[in-house]
Design a protein. Structure first.
Length: 260
């Protein structure tokens, strides 16, 4: 697998976390990997005639959008496949899709079902491009045009920022109070823009925060990681790992086929 990270134009940086190109060499298929949830939406725009990947035992032929909110996904790229991958910040994909996220949470969907004829048009242009820099430019050009179709929700953006800064530990009641929304209204916003309730989003955020600790502090014990990530005890720590990864924390550390 060859992966190249590309620069994001300034106008898209508040919405997009990462853009990269991924190419699976013809020599062999990659092994199956388990990708852990990160509450993000990702696009995989196919510029080849090869199917993109097998995801959770289903073969996807053309460009797809994955809504990996709260469940892991088992992914195997197909040999010869090449894609431009776009990863949005949590809650930011809605601006470019205009479909309620709660109906798509934890699914993989054909991009043609969301962008209709536009997906095929982008695929065709990318297939005819000379190199990946041109392909990435085409994708960013289309995404930039979508910014004119709506405005960001400042209340939701504030809540997402607080969730990130706190590592998922800010209370839902505080978010509602700070934004002047009822918890019910806040929940509707999260369901529409993010695909999860505020409580579930914060829980996933805490799990993601703990995964960051696993990367940054390999010498720490799992007990230390749990407490530094805001877990009250080991039981809750292990429960979340089983829920969001299918493994215990120790197994996540040891398994090389788990991507986080």
């Amino acid at each position: 697998m060859r992966i190249q990270i590309h620069d994001i134009i300034p106008a898209l940086q508040p919405y997009i976390r990462l853009i990269c190109t991924m190419a699976c060499d013809d020599a062999a298929e990659t092994t199956c990997i388990r990708v852990l949830p990160d509450a993000c939406v990702e696009l995989f725009l196919n510029y080849t005639s090869t199917p993109v990947a097998i995801i959770s035992h289903e073969l996807h032929q053309r460009s797809i959008a994955t809504f990996r909110m709260s469940r892991p996904m088992d992914v195997q790229m197909r040999k010869g496949a090449g894609v431009v991958a776009v990863c949005f910040h949590p809650g930011m994909a809605y601006r470019f899709m205009q479909v309620p996220m709660h109906g798509l949470s934890d699914t993989t969907t054909a991009l043609a079902d969301i962008w209709k004829g536009t997906a095929a048009e982008i695929e065709e242009k990318m297939a005819g491009a000379d190199n990946n820099e041109v392909r990435v430019g085409l994708v960013q050009q289309y995404l930039f045009k979508q910014l004119a179709h709506g405005e960001s929700d400042l209340q939701l953006t504030y809540c997402l920022t607080q969730a990130r800064l706190s590592g998922g530990l800010v209370p839902v009641g505080r978010l509602a109070g700070d934004t002047g929304l009822s918890q019910r209204h806040l929940s509707r916003k999260f369901q529409e823009y993010v695909g999860l309730s505020p409580k579930e989003f914060l829980r996933v955020s805490r799990f993601i925060f703990s995964l960051d600790h696993l990367k940054k502090y390999p010498v720490y014990s799992l007990t230390e990681i749990a407490y530094k990530s805001g877990y009250y005890d080991q039981a809750h720590f292990i429960r979340d790992y089983r829920r969001y990864s299918g493994y215990t924390p120790g197994q996540v550390v040891q398994n090389r086929h788990i991507l986080y």
